[in-house]
Design a protein around this ligand. Structure first.
Ligand code: HEM
Length: 518
């Protein structure tokens, strides 16, 4: 039978006649340096790895689309945002999504107890919009400057190369704002059964801006049509014993079978402003916006219907960032969002390279063709002129090149005033109340898991960390503190007798802290 397979070539386009033998002097002689085909092959192999993501290294991706309903709740979406991707119906916006765990390396088990990353890239007609979220709606910290310390504490010990419980709880016991998130992560919600069966959330507070230049504070959420399912520690251990990639396999196989997972996209809205009437700061990402006051309003749906052709080219080289917004979606002053926005594109220029936005998975589509005067750098493989004038790589010019876009009729201008400084706490810094509410709202089996997980972890921690953690948990909910102490064999009375933490707001007191500036 005729062999119709294409011929193997080098990257220079030369046919490869022998891919099994390098050139040697005689059958048993030494290799030679002009061995171009061999050298190209081996040296390219030597460069196959790029640095893995510093966090969220273990992930899996899929392509899909987004469709807006045209409404937010019962009102036209255009009342809140001028972003076409959110207010135009009948348009399918292509998307690329990457799910991940946070702490483990690129090939680590997907059964890890960890938040799950939920990063989406909308390739809209107005350019890309990335929403880089997690499965849980809140986070451990509320100031971006703490992120490197937090990640160091959660990653393996630099000496033992093991994730150590005492490092995690040492950080947490000094950062009470993390108690709410820890209560979620140490419950079964810390191990979603699969990526298809988990929620997603933008976590940080953004703004929606309409064509009158009016802004609303907004939280974005994804609700899975497949329902939510989480695992106990024992179920996760059983899966991990025979499969370290169960979540990747589940998503890949479902899409191959044509069972396309779907999520409803929802928002919570609040008028723009400080909201002193609330007992939490809407810019504090360690707090939930209560859903009875701020209901989840559906505005569209996302369907994942295609697996990547190549994991490296697409999933690994995909680059999401919180700075990638479209007109009609804006930043809030959420300190995490502000800090994150620098970090993503910075790490991607290092991890993937200066021209990472030219890669197909990251480049805009749908006619939103980039036309810039950015030039050169490693791996530049086309020039962003938009195909017109190739001489004028600057702006402004009287004779050609690119021109600025028209200003919107009503732009949004935020009024900002204040004293420059370092402010330690958010306005309403009760870091215990929502954690306690969460503890009480769990089902019995979830609470039991939480106690076992935290109690089990604390057993191996030094006494000062044990006592301070029990003190914190007791202030979240007395039953929470007592049961963890019992489980870990910690003296509850000794823990309760600890003085309040220096420089931290007292438990159960949502106090006006003002702020301390340098
Ligand atoms: C990935 C920084 C907080 C969700 C990353 C990466 C960095 C980073 C450097 C690697 C990106 C890459 O290599 O492409 C930060 C900083 C944070 C922060 C400095 C706090 C100040 C958060 C929060 C969330 C989050 C609060 C959830 C809302 C993600 C996700 C990814 C990621 C989902 C993986 C994106 C992907 O799949 O490529 N983060 N992060 N991060 N981060 Fe954050």
């Amino acid at each position: 039978m005729e062999d119709k397979r294409p011929t193997l070539t080098t990257r220079q386009g030369h046919p490869v006649r022998d891919n099994q033998s390098m050139r040697t002097v005689g059958e048993r002689g030494p290799a030679t340096l002009e061995n171009y085909q061999f050298i190209e092959k081996i040296t390219h192999f030597d460069r196959e790895r790029v640095p893995e993501r510093v966090v969220h290294a273990r992930g899996t991706g899929a392509h899909g689309f987004f469709e807006a309903y045209g409404n937010i709740g019962n009102e036209p979406a255009s009342k809140y945002t001028r972003a076409k991707v959110l207010n135009q119906t009948g348009v399918r916006t292509p998307m690329f999504v990457r799910f991940s765990t946070v702490i483990g390396g690129k090939d680590s088990p997907e059964t890890a107890r960890d938040p799950r990353g939920f990063a989406v890239k909308f390739k809209t007609v107005e350019g890309n919009w990335d929403l880089v979220g997690n499965n849980l709606k809140i986070f451990f910290i509320r100031d971006a400057i703490k992120f490197p310390d937090m990640i160091h504490a959660f990653k393996p010990d630099p000496v033992t190369n093991r994730q150590e419980a005492w490092r995690f709880y040492d950080f947490v016991s000094n950062s009470p704002e993390a108690l709410h998130m820890v209560t979620w992560v140490k419950s079964p919600w810390g191990i979603p059964a699969s990526y298809r069966e988990m929620e997603g959330s933008g976590v940080n507070t953004y703004k929606l801006v309409n064509d009158q230049g009016v802004a609303h504070l907004v939280k974005f959420h994804w609700v899975p049509k497949q329902g939510v399912r989480n695992l106990t520690a024992r179920q996760a251990a059983e899966i991990q014993a025979h499969d370290v990639s169960h979540a990747t396999r589940d998503l890949y196989e479902a899409i191959e079978r044509g069972e396309f997972p779907e999520w409803e996209f929802c928002v919570q809205l609040m008028a723009d402003g400080d909201h002193p009437e609330l007992d939490f700061d809407p810019l504090d990402d360690t707090k939930l916006w209560p859903e009875d006051k701020f209901p989840l309003l559906p505005l569209g749906r996302m369907v994942l219907d295609k697996n990547p052709d190549n994991v490296f080219a697409e999933t690994e080289q995909s680059a999401f960032g919180t700075g990638v917004l479209v007109d009609g979606v804006d930043f809030s002053d959420d300190k995490m969002l502000q800090g994150r926005t620098l970090s993503y594109s910075d790490t991607q220029r290092y991890r993937v390279g200066a021209n990472y936005l030219q890669l197909p998975v990251n480049a805009p589509q749908q006619g939103a063709q980039p036309r810039t005067n950015q030039r050169d750098g490693q791996m530049a493989f086309y020039v962003d002129t938009g195909g017109e004038d190739k001489h004028i790589n600057y702006e402004p010019s009287l004779v050609g090149g690119l021109k600025e876009a028209a200003q919107p009729e009503h732009d949004y201008h935020q009024h900002v005033e204040g004293h420059l400084g370092r402010y330690q706490t958010s306005r309403t810094a009760d870091d215990y109340r929502q954690a306690g509410e969460r503890y009480r709202s769990f089902e019995d089996w979830e609470r039991e898991e939480l106690i076992n997980n935290v109690g089990g972890d604390l057993k191996s921690c030094p006494e000062p960390i044990q006592l301070r953690m029990v003190w914190h948990l007791w202030h979240c909910d007395e039953d929470y503190g007592r049961r963890v102490a019992e489980r870990a064999g910690i003296d509850l009375e000794k823990a309760k007798a600890l003085p309040p933490m220096e420089g931290k707001p007292a438990p159960h007191q949502a106090r006006h802290m003002g702020g301390k500036s340098e």
